[in-house]
Design a protein around this ligand. Structure first.
Ligand SMILES: [Zn+2]
Length: 456
């Protein structure tokens, strides 16, 4: 009963120790300039499952997740739409929070926003300059001095010389070294800006996470998570800033990174344009279906998006939902040992969050419930175990329905199908019947008309 998780820093699976007080967890949040996609859903579902399992194991977790509510993409998109940067960010933050609620992702304890943390960010930049770790240049930009940090590159395993070779100095930048990165960016004409000791400007991306995690969680975090694409440069830079400012090492005890979601063998990303939005996926597959799809793979492995895999997730969710909700018989209680299932489930999760193994024990439990029910046995207790363990994975096992209730829509479709049949449009009328069947609705033509029922 010891949770072990891979640590990106040590490149080993390590035991997670119970801290004296709260387990401090920081997860990098979104940049709200556009709809969030299934790749984001995957990452936040994984960290939600981790948090739920930690709490199930008795850890008290304090979870902080930021919003990068100012950056180049936000400024550009807001200008395109003729609204302010904060109006744009508010739209996508609200949408993200709605979608996370629907995905049954527990909210973080604090959601700091970069633009609301400017004094803390300035203080950290100032401190880094005073300690000789950063420098301001003529234009009003401030850069971190990578050469002055012998530990730089320890998370990503890169050496500074190779970074320097790959780094570009943009026109107008006055870096001492191409590998140096911006802590503070002087405002260009017309851009939103904040007053600072170096003139009007705005924070660089990396510094906000160091400043916010320090403010809300202190100098050392127990866990820090994000997608693998954040390892370099973002998390490498967070370490350099935080350890440079506080002098406390390590900044993070346990680094956790999830694999990419791929679509047609490429990473799903807004810049590549190959995205499925969370909204689309929720409508098609439901929260439990998406969560099961994500959990069938190991969190560190890449996961390939396909409609077939999402459909399979949805059907698996329906199987669990039926096993957990259809009442059993009047006979003696089924002989299904809940504790054995808890143990198997927990052993899988302890093993670097083997969610596929944990799901396998849920499906096994569901099969046993169905079998016992067919024998007329009572299954309430086994169903309660199934609900309990599914809940640790954030599965609601709720029947899917639209906000207005599905029945009226089903009736409308049945009526439409009958109209099509009268018009002898059989291809279309059959399509309606088949699609309803896919959704678990069976139609039965009787003398008085058409009856429909949910398949059980
Ligand atoms: Zn971050």
């Amino acid at each position: 009963m010891t949770l072990r998780l891979y640590n990106t820093m040590s490149r080993r699976v390590e035991e997670v120790k119970q801290p004296d007080d709260m387990l401090k967890m920081y997860v990098c949040g979104i940049t709200p300039y556009d709809h969030s996609h299934v790749g984001h859903a995957m990452s936040y579902i994984i960290f939600d499952v981790l948090r739920r399992f930690l709490e199930y194991r008795g850890f008290k977790v304090k979870h902080v997740q930021n919003y990068t509510d100012i950056d180049d993409r936000i400024i550009a998109r807001a200008a395109e739409r003729g609204i302010t940067y904060d109006e744009l960010a508010a739209i996508y933050i609200e949408e993200y929070e709605d979608e996370m609620r629907e995905l049954n992702v527990l909210p973080a304890d604090v959601y700091p926003r970069a633009t609301q943390e400017i004094p803390q960010i300035i203080e950290m930049v100032q401190g880094l300059i005073e300690k000789g770790r950063a420098y301001a240049v003529e234009s009003g930009d401030v850069y971190f001095d990578v050469r002055g940090d012998p530990g730089y590159g320890k998370l990503s395993g890169r050496d500074v010389d190779s970074m320097r070779a790959g780094a570009r100095v943009e026109p107008g930048e006055e870096k001492h070294d191409p590998a140096d990165f911006a802590l503070w960016k002087a405002a260009k004409p017309g851009e939103p800006s904040w007053e600072s000791p170096w003139g009007p400007g705005r924070p660089g991306w990396h510094i906000e996470c160091s400043a916010m995690s320090y403010r809300y969680l202190g100098a050392t975090l127990d866990m820090h998570g994000g997608g693998q694409d954040l390892i370099f440069p973002h998390h490498e830079n967070e370490i350099a800033q935080a350890e440079g400012f506080t002098g406390v090492k390590p900044f993070v005890r346990h680094w956790l990174h999830n694999g990419w979601l791929t679509l047609d063998e490429e990473k799903m990303s807004k810049s590549l344009g190959n995205i499925i939005t969370i909204r689309e996926a929720l409508e098609r597959y439901g929260s439990d279906g998406i969560r099961i799809f994500v959990m069938t793979a190991h969190y560190r492995a890449p996961l390939a998006y396909s409609e077939e895999a999402m459909e399979a997730g949805k059907r698996a969710a329906e199987r669990l939902q039926l096993a957990a909700s259809v009442p059993g018989g009047e006979g003696p209680a089924a002989d299904i040992p809940g504790d054995e299932y808890r143990e198997r489930f927990g052993a899988s999760m302890d093993d670097d969050l083997n969610t596929a193994g944990a799901l396998a024990s849920l499906f096994d439990l569901a099969r046993n419930i169905n079998r016992a029910r067919d024998e007329g046995r009572a299954v309430d207790e086994a169903q309660a175990t199934l609900r309990e363990l599914a809940g640790v994975l954030g599965l609601t096992l709720r029947e899917r329905e639209t906000a207005q209730g599905a029945d009226a829509f089903i009736e409308l479709l049945v009526e439409l199908r009958n109209d099509l049949r009268h018009e002898k449009q059989f291809a279309l009328s059959d399509k309606v019947r088949d699609r309803l069947l896919d959704l678990g609705i069976t139609l039965e033509d009787v003398q008085s008309g058409t009856r429909w029922r949910r398949r059980d």
